[in-house]
Design a protein around this ligand. Structure first.
Ligand code: DX5
Ligand code: ZN
Length: 222
């Protein structure tokens, strides 16, 4: 079953509580929280996302899916781990060595959270393979990380396929999440190639009926 993780990066200020509740009612599976530090990517959403995560914990039962686009992964895991996220994902590009990546994996597991490893569009998915057996998810970025509302990069479909082949071939239990420019059209090829968690921000927020678009994203066929 494909799940939908609703990105709240571009929720208009002032409408947060109304929209968060509507996303829960519309049966999103997770809130996708985009944590940016102004260094790994240009934008800085760090404090706003801390506020959102804390607020969501108070008003909703939906699990948090946290995507760190930060250089200081160690600090971010501790800052967000207190909100008991279901998943915490860091970028392989933020690690200088595999042993550093293994340290973050262990730190995340210490919060009883699942571990995701993300790759930017220019990074080969094979870069994640040495640590994938210890993770629960690989996040294939289908846009350049940094902002919402961008156009899906078609070439990333092949990366999803490669990840899927590797996971099947090695008998790993690892989910494939895709993030960036996902809508009812772009969901098809990535689902066909094995993605089972779709992050969507803009396509949900601009829909009239969140429940309807989330249902369609879950069931649309490749
Ligand atoms: C981009 C973020 C994405 C993005 C998704 O850096 O990681 O989560 O906000 O938003 P849309 O669906 O608008 O591309
Ligand atoms: Zn994201």
């Amino acid at each position: 079953m494909v799940e939908v993780s609703a990105s709240i990066l571009n929720v208009p200020q002032g409408d947060e509580s109304k929209i968060f509740l509507a996303l829960e009612k519309g049966k999103a599976n997770y809130f996708h929280i985009d944590v940016m530090d102004g260094k790994f990517v240009k934008k800085d959403t760090y404090n706003q996302m801390l506020e959102y995560a804390s607020y969501i914990k108070r008003i909703s039962n939906l699990p948090l899916d946290i995507h760190f686009m930060v250089e200081n992964v160690k600090k971010a895991i501790d800052d967000f781990g207190v909100f008991e996220p279901k998943m915490m994902t860091f970028h392989i590009e933020a690690c200088e060595t595999y042993s550093e990546a293994m340290d973050y994996i262990e730190q995340i597991k210490g919060y009883n959270s699942k571990v995701g490893i993300a790759v930017k569009p220019d990074t080969e998915v094979a870069e994640t393979y040495p640590v994938l057996p210890y993770a629960h998810m690989v996040l294939v970025m289908t846009v350049e990380p940094g902002k919402g509302g961008q156009t899906f990069l078609r070439d990333m479909v092949d990366k999803v396929r490669q990840a899927h082949v590797y996971i099947e071939h090695n008998d790993l239990e690892v989910d494939i999440e895709v993030d960036g420019g996902i809508n009812l059209n772009t969901a098809k090829p990535v689902k066909r190639e094995g993605a089972n968690i779709l992050v969507a921000g803009t396509s949900i927020l601009k829909a009239v009926d969140y429940g309807e678009i989330i249902k369609e994203l879950k069931k649309t066929k490749g």
